[in-house]
Design a protein around this ligand. Structure first.
Ligand SMILES: [Mg+2]
Length: 271
């Protein structure tokens, strides 16, 4: 069970390692959850804290289920590294990469959307994310009925059968059955950054893959810490899977600001 972080003392030892890498989910972690997912934005405070970290040489990797264009739009941080679409799209030093294995799933997503269009009658919004398709039911008049409608439509869709189903906060996602997740994305980005220590922050079930990978890195000799975002919607497995927790997006903003501040103190006193 995650221990609530009230100050950064427990993670201070990580700050001595260079380069330090900070990996964060976006929705519900840096961007408050809003009724229409299209309106979600990273707050100015969070953006400034991440900019401050990057200016101090910290590797910032944003790991999200969103597509790359939306992730850029939400963060306003062109210099950060990204793993979008749960790692199915990477952006490293401004260069986009799509794993070849994922490309064949782009036309199949269009087939799924055509075959399941009826769910929109239940208030579900369908999001085409290239090799992934997301069914959002947060805004449905009856989320329970919408969830059942999605399940029925997916069972009836031939194209859906070649995907893996993942559940998130008021969203059902179909992803290619590839061994790519937020955890493999974190490891890829950490490796390319040659990270000396890693911190991972997330709020949802898919972020547990990041936490597990940080634990594996730690066992391999790379120090790291995992931080869960606590909220009334936080799944137990997220809190169970992390070393520490902070309260909501505001808690994440606080944590990033404290890390930036501590690094500045270290840099100043080291001179
Ligand atoms: Mg999230």
């Amino acid at each position: 069970m995650a221990k609530q972080l009230r100050d950064i003392e427990p993670i201070r030892p990580l700050l001595a390692h260079r380069p330090l890498a900070v990996f964060s989910d976006i929705d519900g972690t840096l961007a408050p959850i809003v009724p229409d997912p299209q309106d979600a934005q990273v707050s100015d405070r969070g953006r400034e804290a991440l900019r401050d970290l990057m200016a101090q040489g910290v590797g910032v990797g944003l790991i999200t289920g969103r597509d790359l264009a939306k992730a850029h739009e939400m963060t306003g941080l062109p210099d950060a590294w990204y793993a979008a679409n749960h790692g199915l799209t990477l952006s490293i030093g401004g260069v986009d990469e799509t794993p070849e294995a994922a490309r064949e799933f782009v036309p199949r997503v269009r087939d799924v959307i055509r075959e399941t269009a009826g769910v929109e009658d239940a208030g579900v919004s369908i999001e085409d994310k290239g090799p992934i398709v997301a069914f959002h039911y947060r805004r449905a008049p009856s989320p329970g009925e919408a969830r059942s409608a999605i399940e029925a439509a997916l069972n009836a869709s031939a194209a859906a059968a070649s995907f893996r189903v993942h559940e998130g906060r008021m969203v059902v996602e179909l992803r290619p059955p590839l061994d790519v997740d937020k955890g493999t994305a974190l490891e890829e980005l950490a490796g390319r950054m040659r990270a000396g220590a890693v911190i991972a922050i997330g709020d949802d079930r898919t972020d547990v893959d990041m936490f597990r990978r940080v634990t594996a890195l730690r066992e391999g000799g790379t120090p790291g810490a995992t931080v869960a975002v606590d909220s009334p919607e936080a799944p137990d497995e997220v809190l169970d899977g992390a070393d520490y927790s902070v309260d909501g997006v505001a808690g994440v903003e606080w944590l990033l600001g404290e890390i930036a501040r501590a690094l500045r103190v270290i840099a100043t006193s080291g001179r």
